[in-house]
Ligand binder design. Structure first.
Ligand code: SF4
Length: 68
């Protein structure tokens, strides 16, 4: 499985700008205000950290897409 897409989904809740995702995966996430996903990132190189950040986000607004 390969992570091809990572995004902020605020359809059910809002990013609280807690900074946890950036501390878990600073190569992928930045939190200047609300979280943003950095551009031109090889998401697959950070697969474990992206999943960890998504699982750890207190409001579950980090989404990712995995394909075969
Ligand atoms: S862990 Fe979740 S709530 Fe916290 S800054 Fe990241 S996206 Fe926002």
């Amino acid at each position: 499985m390969k992570i091809t897409k990572v995004w902020l989904d605020e359809s059910t809740d809002e990013c609280t700008s807690c900074g946890l995702c950036e501390s878990i995966a600073p190569g992928v996430f930045e939190v200047p205000d609300k979280m943003i996903v950095k551009e031109n990132v090889d998401f697959d190189a950070f697969k474990t950290n992206i999943k960890d950040a998504a699982d750890s986000c207190p409001v579950s607004v980090i989404k990712y897409e995995e394909v075969e």
